[in-house]
Ligand binder design. Structure first.
Ligand code: GDP
Ligand code: CA
Length: 313
């Protein structure tokens, strides 16, 4: 079995991570998660993408939203509002418990990597889920009129403001987390989940040394397109191609962003007619069903990605 490093954001990343985890033993998969979305709410360190991956692998994620916990209640948020806190960022009661625990451990001096490992253990997640860095990196969204924190853009303003550019504050001084470095050094293959290239993958690649180290992984380096039929399955990826990506959204536009980094790219059956264009970029296209609506879909796509890796190692 190959040792796989997967890069992931939140919902799209978690779905593929689930599919990979169901097909690989724990010590052969490391899921490296974007922390550019992390922020403080009510004095607590919230790490949305790490939690989405953890909850999904643990089987406790809210199946309707793809984030948060199944069956969560919102009594604390109601109480916070009554007490004068701003509550546009949705935090369930069970979810809050995790943020309290994380913040508590961080204040005791543990790193985010250590805290994540401890939380994953508690949730029965046996595959490695690791933050991209233990240093703070914060995605800042520049609009024509202001600078927004990522969560202000994404949640409070529902991705409506026009994006001029993205800044990954702190990334230039950040170092990859220890488990990230360890996993890359021994990896046989890289998988880039169908996560948002601008908001979930770019923050990881913005950490000095990361892109070079990933290119050094000798086996297959494969991305799965988050764009299917020129549309995003969810979220602002498609409109970000128009606003800052320099070309309309498509699986080819995704591939162009990964030239030099990826050897292969999985595109959806809907986009089969674009195989040749991707090939011309020097990336080998692989056609599969990439829409993951059920756990079966996730496991099947995970299997397809691992078959591809196995076929060339
Ligand atoms: P976020 O942090 O929650 O925004 O999650 P990610 O960045 O990991 O994933 C968001 C991206 O996942 C979006 O661009 C979606 O188009 C893509 N996505 C979500 N579900 C699927 C799916 O089932 N298949 C594919 N191919 N892409 C998906
Ligand atoms: Ca995210």
């Amino acid at each position: 079995m190959p040792k796989v490093v997967a890069l992931a954001g939140g919902v799209g990343g978690a779905k593929l991570a689930f599919g990979l985890a169901r097909n690989l033993p724990p010590d052969e998969l490391t899921v490296v998660v974007n922390t550019g979305d992390d922020d403080d709410f009510h004095g607590l360190h919230v790490a949305p993408d790490l939690d989405t991956v953890m909850y999904t692998l643990a089987g406790v994620v809210n199946p309707q939203t793809g984030w948060g916990r199944a069956g969560d209640t919102f009594a604390a948020l109601k109480g916070l509002k009554e007490a004068g806190e701003e509550t546009w960022f949705q935090l369930g009661d069970l979810d809050l418990a995790v943020h309290i625990r994380r913040t508590h451990l961080l204040r005791e001096g543990h790193t985010l990597s250590e805290v994540t490992r401890e939380l994953c253990e508690r949730f029965g997640v046996r595959h490695a889920v690791v933050p991209m860095s233990d240093n703070p990196v914060r995605t800042i969204v520049h609009t024509p009129s202001e600078k927004l924190s990522f969560q202000e853009y994404f949640v409070k303003h529902r991705c409506e403001p026009e994006v001029r550019s993205l800044e990954f504050k702190g990334a230039g001084r950040a170092t990859p987390s220890p488990y990230f470095e360890f996993a890359v050094a021994r990896a046989d293959a890289l998988v880039i989940a169908p996560s948002n290239p601008f908001l979930s993958v770019d923050p990881i690649l913005a950490i000095p040394g990361v892109a070079g180290a990933l290119k050094g992984i000798r086996g297959i380096r494969v991305a799965i397109s988050p764009i299917i039929g020129d549309r995003a399955v969810k979220g602002p990826a498609a409109r970000l191609f128009d606003q800052i990506g320099g070309e309309p959204p498509s699986c080819v536009a995704v591939a162009r962003r990964y030239v030099g980094l990826c050897t292969h790219m999985v595109i959806d059956r809907t986009d089969e007619h674009r195989e040749e264009e991707i090939g011309r970029l020097g990336i080998t296209p692989v056609v599969a069903q990439t829409l993951m609506n059920s756990n079966e879909d996730r496991v099947a796509l995970g299997r397809a990605v691992l078959d591809l890796i196995a076929s060339s190692t």
